[in-house]
Structure formats: structure tokens, C-alpha cells
Design a protein around this ligand. Structure first.
Ligand code: ATP
Ligand code: MG
Length: 382
């Protein structure tokens, strides 16, 4: 007899011929996160099981954050001996009160009782042992699941997990990671769909300092957990910003800055093998996030730009940031390169056709090349 964690997967089920590939990615990701707990992971009969770990709660916490996991249940695995199973069920239901139902499931047809008989007999024994429980087969407060497979498994709690798709099955993308609240959340949303990320951060020393950089690396570390590691590219951006400040109309400064970020990011993304860029923009949040401004930003790249937060309010984004534990780091008060040269009256409806004109005094190629060449890569462990 041993404690196991029973892991159910969601959408992976739908993947037809690709299912083995998705399941392997899912199992590998679970193995990675339970490794520090000493857990053993195996796949059997459309379920994943984890055993031999040091701490059930820690195991639940970790596995329920693995993308592709639908729910988890702390369970007990034992031999297929009815008396042993019944005794364990009685023990498992001892702390509960209210209404319950036993759900029997017999996959092993050689087991002498069918699902119905298992449920009735165990229900009777649990009732007898615990006077605080009543049966309700329609809307029970607790469901005791008894499954007869290669072994017998019983469980009562089912904890909802994050869902999504297994890490690595969705391709690669590059996240423009500032130190703010939004971009880590945007990255998380795509990681949840199985996308492996690198992060690209623009820094403008001496206007931005070491603390701002450390903050971004801390944020990257939080995201890296989900992937077992992440590359962070640190782009020297001071020269671009100074040139823009000096040679372009002030009210378009932020927008032109954003266009440079996209050009540089696309080049780095290609080197990394990414097929898309990700930003934390949300429609109308600031002047550079109106439809007109986003049109001007997208025009300088050919890669798709994913903006998973486009339709979310700031408060909704903050809620997710709290949930994924990036919020506290994001609100640390260090300067971002965008805030250094913020125009007083930014244009909210820029015209795409005027962009080449307003950028004509800049040597775009040279500035982009210099930034890409000066980029430093830091590998963050998960
Ligand atoms: P955030 O909370 O992510 O900083 P924001 O509301 O402050 O977002 P902006 O500063 O306009 O918005 O930036 C929009 C997006 O541009 C960010 O979500 C991020 O993807 C990218 N970005 C902004 N600054 C940087 C930076 N210094 N390095 C990398 N990406 C950046
Ligand atoms: Mg920002």
C-alpha cells in the first residue's frame, strides 16, 4: 500500500494521433517538477501517477501547476483485495461529514465484483463506521472514487489544476519582458498553451540600473519554473533611445521606441528559433496601445505578434499576476527604459504613412545591428 498522486489530463486527450507525443511531454514535465521531492512518475491506463515522494502537499502544489494537467487527487494504491480496499475507504472517509457517494469503477473485468456492487458494499461500510455521513447519489458533497485497475486506487479529493497544453508542444516564441505587471502575465498565458519562451529585455544604462535588471531576472525566474529554464536576452538600448529622443518628434517618441523594440526583438527571436513575438499590451491602456499605434508597431515586423492580454482590464491582469506570484516583484519601484523618455503629450492616433518620414533621420539598420550585436544572454534555471 502506498500514497500516490493521481493525475488527470485534459485537452491532451483530444490530440488523436499526436497523443503519445503530448503525453510524453506531459509526463516529462511532471517528472521534472517532482524530482526535488524524489517522486516516481508513470503512465498507465490513461492516467499518470506519482509515487514515492516525500510530501503530498508539496507534490499537489507542484503537479497542479504543470500545464496540461486537468486535476489531481491524493490517492491510496493497494492490492486488489476487497477487504483491504473497504478498510482503507472507511479510514479515508473518517474525517468527513455531510453527504457522500461512492463511485466504483472496474477496468479489470477479472475482479469478482462489478462497479455497482463495489459502490454499494463500500457505501454501506462507510456509513456504518461514520455516523456523520449520509448518502446522496445526486448531489453529494464528497465523492469517494474506487477504481480497480492494475491495482486498486481510492481517492476523495479532486483538486483542479491549471489545464493548458504540455510545455514544449506549442513551439517557441519570444516574450518582450519589461519589469512591469503585464508582460510576465502575457508570457504565462502563452506558456500555458505549451509555448516555450525566451525573454527579451531592453535596458538603458545608466538611465536604468542593476536593480531594474535584477527585477527582470527575478520575473524570468518565476516563468522559467514552468519550462525548466529560460534564456533571457539583455539588449543595450540606450543608444536607440538617445537617438530617438534627439532626432524624432517628442510626441512620437514612445511609438518609435516600440518600433525599434520590435525590430530588434524579431532579429533575436529568429536566432532563438521563435516563430512569434509576445507583448503585454492591452487595448487602450496607454497611448502606444491604441489600434492605430499597434498598427504602426506591427508594421515593422513580419512575425505574428501575440498579445494575450489585449482584451483584459488592468485589474484582471493584476489578478493573474497575483495568482502566478509575479505581482510583488513587478511592483518594485525600479525605472523601466520606457519611462525614462516618456513624452508629455504622446500621439494616440498615429498615421502609419508618416512613420518613414519621422524616422528618416535615424540609421535604422545600424542601430538595430548594434543593439543585436551587443545583446547578452543569461540562462535562468527553472
Ligand atoms: P508592462 O506592465 O508589461 O511593463 P506596460 O503597460 O507598462 O506593460 P508598455 O511599457 O507600453 O506597457 O509596454 C508594452 C509592452 O512592451 C510590455 O508589455 C512588454 O511586452 C514590452 N516592453 C516594454 N518595455 C520593455 C522593456 N524594457 N523590455 C522588454 N519589453 C518591454
Ligand atoms: Mg512597462
Amino acid at each position: 500500500m502506498q500514497d500516490v498522486l493521481l493525475v488527470r489530463y485534459g485537452e491532451v486527450f483530444l490530440k488523436g494521433a499526436n497523443r503519445p507525443h503530448f503525453l510524453k511531454a506531459l509526463t516529462d514535465n511532471i517528472k521534472r517538477v517532482v524530482k526535488p521531492l524524489g517522486g516516481k512518475v508513470w503512465l498507465s491506463d490513461s492516467r499518470i501517477y506519482v509515487s514515492e515522494f516525500s510530501d503530498m502537499q508539496a507534490c499537489v502544489d507542484r503537479v497542479s501547476k504543470v500545464f496540461g494537467v486537468y486535476s489531481v487527487s491524493p490517492a491510496v494504491e493497494m492490492e486488489k483485495d476487497f477487504e483491504v480496499i473497504a478498510a482503507e475507504c472507511v479510514k479515508m472517509m473518517q474525517p468527513y461529514s455531510g453527504t457522500f457517494k461512492v463511485q466504483g469503477k472496474r477496468s479489470d473485468k477479472k475482479f469478482p465484483m462489478n462497479s455497482m456492487e463495489i459502490a454499494c458494499e463500500i457505501g454501506g461500510r462507510v456509513l456504518e463506521a461514520n455516523p456523520n455521513l449520509k448518502v446522496d447519489v445526486h448531489k453529494p458533497q464528497h465523492r469517494l472514487m474506487v477504481e480497480i485497475r492494475d491495482n486498486a486506487y481510492i481517492c476523495v479529493e479532486e483538486i483542479r489544476a491549471v489545464g493548458g497544453m504540455p510545455m514544449g508542444t506549442g513551439g517557441k516564441a519570444a516574450l518582450l519582458l519589461s519589469g512591469g505587471i503585464d508582460s510576465p502575465v502575457a508570457g504565462y498565458q502563452l506558456m500555458k498553451r505549451g509555448v516555450r519562451l525566451c525573454a527579451i529585455h531592453f535596458q538603458s544604462p545608466p538611465y536604468t540600473g542593476e536593480l531594474a535588471k535584477d527585477k527582470v531576472l527575478q520575473l524570468a525566474k518565476k516563468l522559467a519554473w514552468y519550462a525548466g529554464g529560460m534564456r533571457v536576452y539583455l539588449v543595450p538600448f540606450t543608444k536607440c533611445q538617445l537617438e530617438i529622443h534627439e532626432k524624432c518628434p517628442e510626441e512620437l517618441g514612445t511609438l518609435i521606441t516600440r518600433r525599434f523594440m520590435m525590430r530588434i526583438a524579431e532579429r533575436i527571436a529568429r536566432q532563438y528559433g521563435a516563430l512569434a513575438l509576445i507583448t503585454g499590451e492591452s487595448l487602450g491602456q496607454v497611448a502606444s496601445q491604441t489600434m492605430e499605434a499597434l498598427t504602426c508597431t506591427d508594421a515593422v515586423v513580419t512575425m505574428p505578434v501575440f498579445r494575450p492580454l489585449i482584451g483584459l482590464d488592468k485589474t484582471e491582469i493584476m489578478d493573474i499576476a497575483e495568482k502566478i506570484d509575479t505581482y510583488e516583484t513587478s511592483i518594485l519601484p525600479y525605472e523601466d527604459c520606457c519611462t525614462v523618455f516618456t513624452p508629455r503629450h504622446p500621439v494616440t492616433k498615429p498615421k502609419l504613412e508618416t512613420m518613414p518620414k519621422v524616422e528618416e533621420k535615424l540609421d535604422i539598420e545600424a542601430l538595430v545591428n548594434e543593439a543585436v550585436e551587443g545583446t547578452e544572454m543569461v540562462l535562468i534555471n527553472g
